[in-house]
Write a protein that binds this ligand. Structure first.
Ligand code: ZN
Length: 679
């Protein structure tokens, strides 16, 4: 499943290479990351993490009914927090309790090195919802000593000392104990070597044999096998323990169900109430057929403004890719921004008919994919604190085909990322001059969003294959070329006067912001994610490199784009933006031809010539310059706090939203108020 779009983490490789000291140092918060309202986006910074706040614009303009719906859905979201912690590792909750107890009980020197390392470790496990890094999957290495921790345990009151102290100490300090959350290494038993708690006492062959025996491969509407169960062995047999009321995680699920029941009373329409009731039924029975019924009701309900997911959704954390990690996101439609995607979808035929490709490769009738822009109101479980910026659900392919799917962009989250990046030094280091920096400040946010909209709503949906052409003809290069096609469609139209005519942009030069960023990224800055000596492998990165390198080379005779040196540093200079647009159009024409005709050789040659090989000199320079910036590779968010306002008679008159809570207080409050599982 690949239905989540994540912001691309910066400098993944730095964690493993030279940046360790720099990145694990506690560093200062980017105080410049404030917007015109003086909203402070960055709330914490530690290890390789920056924690941000996000705003919930227009919450106050919702009706009281909608606010109460959201309020109860946020309570249902927070009630599931401990489920994910337990799914991520059997002793995660015990370690969290222990660490928090020590943190709250600590009376020693808070400036000591050991204490600071202890606090950093606690922040890291909070962020990861467990003892393993949320992205690299590696177990955290504590920077404090075992002696320090044991001495602190001995200062705790007897009842707060862990019964299984030796087990927990080994888990925290012994690098050989459960080193990886999810192991994907070919040839090993992926279940036995993964730390996640969705299997116990079973091997990979046993689980595979179990599912091979029960799966009906002829069924065209299969359930999502194993989605909501833990797999254990009883009397020598593999048995599934369902997550449900009366089953595993019962206490947490009961509280979720209670809040969902309260939310249902404020549903915006009967169809929404029906899917909430169906979700309650699923949590109560654990029946995966009921989950499919819920998913269909949810997919088809598109009239309400408020929407949410709450459940076992994505299976990235299961080495076998079946069991869903618990998560919840509550949101409401951003009507103004959704008008943007609706305008594009509504004009899909115009864009298709004017695209710079051979007319025989165009679709006679094109329907844009409907997508909406949403405002997140709460992030929880696997979507917290690290969160996706786009989601496309449900995951079951047959439901998507028959009943549609919902594709959303979380624009208040992308806005927070954008604001928080101001003043991080990136533009000062890599953007050629002040006018270009100003252009990026003024127009990159809107053109970046429009680029995504054009790419998703129109780009992928455009074009057609000639009769008889196999849709998999481009084989291993298919996804790189498909992403390039969608990106080029978006780049080409970003500079089209049609966008001004449709009221989507207000300045004919706005597109230059996205063009500059795209070329800078494709030619230079994305290389910071590649280890020295390695090729570019990931499809999206290959696509960006392909487009930028091809346009650079084909514009060389006219000096459209050039590398210039200033004070020994390399910069990208764009001399002719109109010609660059023409080049994007030409490449779109060629890649559409390759796709329409299934011309594998031409596709392969493009990828191999432009998308893979890295110039070692420019690569080294990018890595060096990056290492001097203090940019956190990973970002995540604290949630706002929602409070019921009551009158003298106890009637709820309003729900307020407050943004002042910091990272540590929020984590401690969640642990205090939403510890829903027995220890
Ligand atoms: Zn795409």
């Amino acid at each position: 499943m690949s239905n989540k779009k994540y912001p691309i983490p910066i400098m993944i490789n730095k964690i493993k290479t030279a940046g360790v000291a720099l990145l694990t140092m506690a560093t200062s918060i980017n105080a410049m990351a404030k917007d015109k309202d003086q909203f402070q986006y960055v709330t914490d910074r530690f290890a390789d993490i920056e924690v941000l706040r996000y705003k919930v614009p227009d919450f106050e303009n919702l009706s009281l009914q909608q606010k109460l719906l959201i309020y109860h859905l946020t309570e249902a979201a927070l009630a599931g927090r401990d489920i994910l912690w337990d799914q991520n590792g059997k002793d995660n909750l015990a370690v969290r309790d222990l660490m928090e107890n020590i943190y709250l009980n600590y009376k020693g020197d808070k400036n000591s090195g050991e204490y600071k390392e202890f606090e950093k470790y606690l922040k890291q496990i909070w962020f990861a919802n467990g003892l393993h890094h949320h992205y690299s999957m590696d177990k955290f290495t504590p920077g404090f000593s075992k002696e320090f921790l044991v001495s602190q345990i001995n200062l705790l009151p007897q009842e707060k000392r862990p019964a299984n102290q030796e087990t927990l100490l080994a888990l925290i300090f012994d690098p050989a104990v459960k080193p990886k959350k999810v192991n994907q290494a070919e040839g090993e038993d992926l279940i036995l070597t993964s730390a996640t708690n969705i299997y116990e006492g079973v091997t990979q062959p046993e689980v595979e044999a179990y599912y091979a025996a029960i799966k009906d491969t002829t069924n065209l509407t299969p359930i999502s096998y194993g989605l909501n169960t833990r797999k254990i062995k009883i009397d020598g047999k593999v048995v599934e323990q369902p997550y449900k009321v009366g089953g595993l995680y019962s206490d947490a699920i009961k509280r979720i169900v209670k809040e969902l029941g309260l939310a249902a009373e404020y549903a915006e329409n009967p169809a929404q109430k029906a899917y909430i009731d169906k979700l309650i039924e699923f949590y109560t029975t654990g029946d995966l057929k009921t989950f499919d019924e819920y998913s269909i009701l949810w997919s088809e309900e598109t009239d309400s403004q408020v929407d949410f997911i709450n459940g076992f959704i994505e299976s990235y954390d299961d080495p076998l890719g079946m069991t869903g990690s618990w998560e919840s996101i509550v949101n409401f439609k951003n009507k103004e921004a959704s008008a943007r995607t609706e305008t594009l979808s509504g004009n899909a035929q115009w864009f298709e008919s004017h695209s710079p490709v051979n007319p025989s490769f165009r679709k006679d009738e094109v329907k844009g994919v409907s997508a909406k822009v949403i405002t997140a109101a709460i992030l929880a479980g696997d979507a917290y604190p690290a969160t996706p910026i786009g989601i496309n659900l449900p995951n079951a392919n047959w439901i998507r085909a028959a009943h549609g799917s919902k594709s959303v962009t979380l624009e208040n989250i992308t806005q927070a990322y954008d604001e928080a990046s101001h003043g991080d030094g990136f533009n000062e280091e890599f953007v050629i001059d002040e006018p270009t920096r100003q252009l990026l400040n003024d127009y990159l946010f809107i053109t970046d969003n429009l680029h995504t909209d054009l790419h998703e709503c129109l780009g992928h949906a455009s074009g057609r294959l000639l009769p008889g052409v196999d849709q998999d003809a481009l084989k291993a290069h298919g996804s790189t070329l498909e992403e390039a096609r969608a990106d080029l469609f978006a780049l080409y139209y970003l500079a089209d006067p049609k966008l001004l005519e449709l009221g989507l942009l207000d300045n004919p030069d706005a597109y230059k912001a996205e063009y500059y960023k795209y070329m800078l990224n494709g030619l230079m800055t994305q290389l910071m994610r590649i280890e020295p000596g390695k090729d570019v492998e990931e499809a999206h990165m290959r696509n960006r490199k392909l487009i930028a390198e091809w346009a650079y080379e084909h514009g060389k005779a006219d000096n459209v784009v050039e590398y210039v040196k200033k004070d020994g540093k390399t910069f990208i200079k764009i001399n002719d933006y109109r010609k660059l647009r023409d080049l994007f159009g030409q490449l779109l024409g060629e890649i559409q031809r390759i796709k329409s005709e299934g011309d594998y050789e031409a596709g392969r040659d493009l990828v191999e010539k432009y998308a893979v090989k890295v110039d070692p000199a420019i690569h080294k320079e990018v890595l060096d310059r990056y290492s001097h910036l203090d940019i956190a590779p990973y970002k995540g968010f604290v949630n706002p706090v929602y409070t019921l306002v009551k009158d003298a008679d106890g009637n709820v008159t309003d729900v307020t939203v407050d943004y002042s809570e910091d990272y540590i207080p929020q984590m401690l409050r969640y642990s205090r108020d939403y510890s829903t599982l027995p220890r």
